[in-house]
Design a protein around this ligand. Structure first.
Ligand code: PGA
Length: 246
């Protein structure tokens, strides 16, 4: 079901005491919003964050996971491990993981399937590079990424999946895709999902330099359901303004 979601991606920022303070300060500022507010925090903040959000309307997600159930994968964390402490969401296939940690469409798909199997809701990231955009390949790239990421899923699974369209050139650069361009790309993703699953009823976010100034316009577009917010999710006053956007 399409819903307005504002997800913060803290990336490799915030110590546990900072996470606790942040959530305690954010909670009263977002308590009346109808939007779903999610914070995707580093592993070391998960447990503290989950305790701190109790009795608030803030949801907690991780930023990555391994697709295997268990075994000799030093340094990795499984879906079952995340679920065991009540993590609800997990970002899968963020472009920084694709770029620096060799994640591929195939591993993204394995992770998405494992997350769903264990009752986690994946936030699946897709998006083109600047070069691909300049070569006119945006549509081809994002439809191929979304096809592979969601391969093997059933229509019912889409209720528990969020897609985030994040053009790589817009992440952390201060360059936002224009609302029209972002909406066009998200429309393409929706069309592709409709062809594949016979429904386009899925929450799709825009990500890439979302801030308190551009959020309202982006979220007012027909196909954009909300935002995945990096840098601007690290300051309570700014993130709360974005989280309250209708
Ligand atoms: P940004 O990051 O908002 O800092 O551009 C978004 C993201 O990487 O999810």
């Amino acid at each position: 079901m399409r819903k307005r979601v504002i997800a913060g991606n803290w990336k490799m920022n915030m110590l546990p005491n900072e996470a606790i303070d942040f959530i305690n300060n954010l909670a009263p500022l977002v308590k009346d919003t109808k939007n779903e507010v999610i914070l995707c925090v580093p592993y070391t903040d998960l447990f503290y964050s989950l305790l701190t959000v109790q009795e608030t309307n803030i949801h907690i997600g991780a930023q990555n996971m391994h697709w295997e159930e268990k075994g000799a994968y030093t340094g990795e964390v499984s879906a079952e491990m995340l679920k065991s402490i009540n993590v609800e969401y997990v970002i899968i296939g963020h472009s920084e993981r694709r770029q620096y940690f060799n994640e591929t469409d195939e591993t993204v798909n394995l992770k998405v399937k494992s997350a769903l199997k264990h009752g986690l809701k994946p936030i699946v990231c897709v998006g083109e590079t600047l070069k691909q955009r300049e070569e006119g390949k945006t549509s081809e790239v994002i439809t191929s990424q979304i096809n592979k990421a969601l391969s093997g899923l059933e229509k019912e699974d889409l209720q528990n999946v969020i897609v985030a369209y994040e053009p790589i050139w817009a992440i952390g650069t201060g360059k936002t895709a224009s609302s029209e361009d972002a909406n066009e790309s998200i429309k393409e993703i929706r069309k592709e999902i409709e062809n594949k699953f016979d429904t386009n009823d899925i929450t799709i976010l825009y990500g890439g330099s979302v801030n308190e100034k551009n959020a309202k316009e982006l979220f007012s577009m027909s196909d954009i359901d909300g935002g995945l917010v990096g840098g601007a999710s690290l300051k309570v006053d700014i993130f709360s303004q974005i989280a309250n956007c209708n």
